[in-house]
Design a binder for this molecule. Structure first.
Ligand code: NAD
Ligand code: UDP
Length: 337
């Protein structure tokens, strides 16, 4: 039996594929390479000393899914494949709903046809929307999302909830990620955004390597201790390990459950810059800029449910996040190219 990992060539997917291979699971990766390079999978296989099956294809392609489920005995699906740029989603909402929501529905339909019932979904803290009290806890009602990207994640959680109600065999866990950063400690795989990075850490790392001149800090007048936004950053290997724990839990759990995967602590943008400077020995020039539309001042996770029910908690802190980000960026100044 194998695990199907959609979007497995991407940032979080590739780290999770590595963790799966290293614990002995067989893995089939399905990725259309719209935001990734197959080089990530080659490096994962080298690190693991074990191969994954790679299928270049789209989750919207029924024929491709049918062939895949016919050719491989799949026990569970981890579904990372999605478009994820918040700003772009406001300009291209239909593309985001088609790829993320329709893509998930097609995948679920083909899973049902193939009698595959275990499903882990990449959700996001963004489903809590703008009015949820901090720290975010799973009992808070989700909704009030501020972008089509966020709404696509919310809609998929509702699809999963309803499908699990209708189909008692269906077992699903939505993992609500907070802010994934860092890289595998080997420095062989990491986050390789195309174009100018949207996210904080890849941006800082590219300033450090000299690809970008300086960082713009979006807003210095938030109601936070130093005026900059606070987020709950989580090391990508801790996140990858959360998927392994969730897979184990699917064996006992039925229905739909959502878990926060975060560290449970907020760091400000200025604290992140300082920590990166300490780990890299580089100075990061920055300038305070106007607030970015849609940003919330501060949020972090209550991650106690995952601790109790999945036996999962983070084991890497901010120093490891920065060390591994810098290790990856300095070894691969141009990413996988
Ligand atoms: P990523 O872009 O690196 O990985 C997504 C992968 O999916 C890419 O390899 C891309 O080529 C592939 N893909 C996209 N659409 C596809 C399709 N229709 N068919 C097949 N493959 C397709 O992104 P990531 O950061 O690794 O994120 C993985 C998942 O986690 C996404 O669902 C994302 O929304 C979610 N998530 C990410 C973050 C974050 O900050 N990185 C936070 C919360 C949730
Ligand atoms: N941020 C910033 N400059 C950048 C990118 C991000 O100041 O170039 C800030 C952003 O305003 C937010 C935090 O860094 O407060 C994390 O942003 P990111 O886009 O990485 O993640 P988000 O929390 O928006 O998903």
């Amino acid at each position: 039996m194998a695990i199907l990992v959609t979007g497995g060539a991407g940032y979080i997917g590739s780290h999770t594929v590595l963790a799966l291979l290293q614990r002995g699971d067989d893995v089939v990766v399905l990725d259309n390479l719209s935001n990734a390079s197959q080089e990530s999978i080659r490096r994962v296989e080298k690190l693991a000393g074990k191969s994954a099956v790679f299928v270049e294809g789209d989750v919207l392609d029924r024929a491709c899914l049918r062939d895949l489920f016919a050719a491989h005995q799949i026990d569970a699906v981890i579904h990372f494949a999605a478009l994820k740029a918040v700003g772009e989603s406001t300009r291209k909402p239909l593309e985001y709903y088609e790829n993320n929501v329709s893509g998930t529905v097609v995948l679920l339909e083909e899973m049902r046809a193939a009698n595959v019932w275990n499903f882990i979904f990449s959700s996001s803290a963004t489903v809590y929307g703008e009015h949820a009290p901090v720290p975010y806890v799973e009992t808070t009602q989700i909704g009030g999302t501020t972008s089509p990207y966020g709404t696509s994640k919310l809609m998929i959680e509702w699809v999963l909830r309803d499908f699990a109600k209708a189909e008692p065999q269906f077992n699903t866990i939505a993992l609500r990620y907070f802010n994934p950063v860092g890289a595998h400690e080997s420095g062989e795989i990491g986050e390789d955004p195309s174009g100018i990075p949207n996210n904080l850490l890849p941006y800082i790392a590219q300033v450090a390597i000299g690809r970008l001149p300086q960082l713009g800090v979006f807003g210095g007048d938030y109601p936070t201790p130093d005026g900059t936004c606070q987020r709950d950053y989580i090391h990508v290997m801790d996140l990858a390990e959360g998927h392994l724990k969730a897979l184990d839990h699917l064996a006992k759990n039925t229905g739909y459950t959502a878990y926060n995967l975060g560290a449970g602590k907020g760091y400000s943008v200025l604290e992140m810059i300082k920590a990166f400077e300490k780990a890299s020995g580089k100075t990061i020039p920055f300038e305070i800029k106007p607030r970015r539309a849609g940003d919330l001042a501060a949020f972090w996770a209550d991650a106690s449910l995952a601790d109790r029910e999945l036996d999962w908690r983070v084991s890497r802190g901010i120093d490891e996040m920065m060390r591994d980000t810098w290790n990856w960026q300095s070894k691969n100044p141009n990413g996988f190219n």
